[in-house]
Ligand binder design. Structure first.
Ligand code: URA
Length: 187
């Protein structure tokens, strides 16, 4: 534990800025390369992640793994994290004050990771990166390149959504095609 990222992780591990610290088992900071080409940003840990302290290890995570494998992305060249570091009880949506409390960690984490491109998994991950009207359909954010602090951002569906709607997986592959194209242009 001595990189700047590890120092932030240590801070988060004792964080009590919002109520979520009372119900968490473990914080879920992130996993993967500390010099990633791509950072994937999800919403918040679920039950499995809260117990293990690692992002995307449940059913959704296993689906995400198949997408990564298809595009030859591994934890050696990517990093996976969430907008929120602690599990909201019963997997409810994070509250505004919880998002605000976690914001500083999120910004510092991305700032240190300096990815070439970011992939937002679902609306909550995306809206933490790019301001969007909450009434706007998330699907409209796809198929274009947005920017967070000068870093290109591509949006795709959250694996949990695809588990409920498997026929939409083809759209995830379109988004990953764009992601890889943007990455190649930024290497
Ligand atoms: N869903 C998320 O958004 N993140 C996780 O880590 C797990 C499920």
């Amino acid at each position: 534990m001595n990189s700047k990222l590890d120092i932030i992780e240590k801070e988060v591990s004792v964080c009590e800025k919002c109520e979520l610290h009372k119900t968490r088992n473990k914080i879920v900071f992130g996993k993967g390369s500390h010099k990633p080409d791509v950072v994937f940003v999800g919403e918040a840990p679920g039950a499995d992640e809260d117990l293990a302290g690692l992002p995307f290890i449940g059913r959704g995570g296993r689906l995400l793994d198949t997408w990564l494998l298809k595009y030859s992305l591994t934890l050696e060249n990517i990093y996976i994290m969430n907008a929120i570091k602690c599990r909201p009880p019963k997997n409810r949506d994070p509250l505004l004050e919880e998002k605000r409390s976690c914001r500083d960690y999120f910004e510092r984490q991305i700032d240190l990771l300096k990815p070439k491109v970011i992939c937002a998994l679902g609306k909550h991950g995306f809206s933490n990166l790019i301001k969007m009207d909450s009434k706007e359909a998330f699907g409209k954010m796809r198929k274009q390149v947005h920017y967070y602090q000068g870093i290109p951002v591509v949006a795709t569906y959250h694996p949990a959504y695809i588990l409920r709607s498997p026929s939409s997986e083809v759209m995830v592959f379109e988004d990953f095609d764009l992601l890889i194209e943007v990455l190649r242009n930024n290497l």
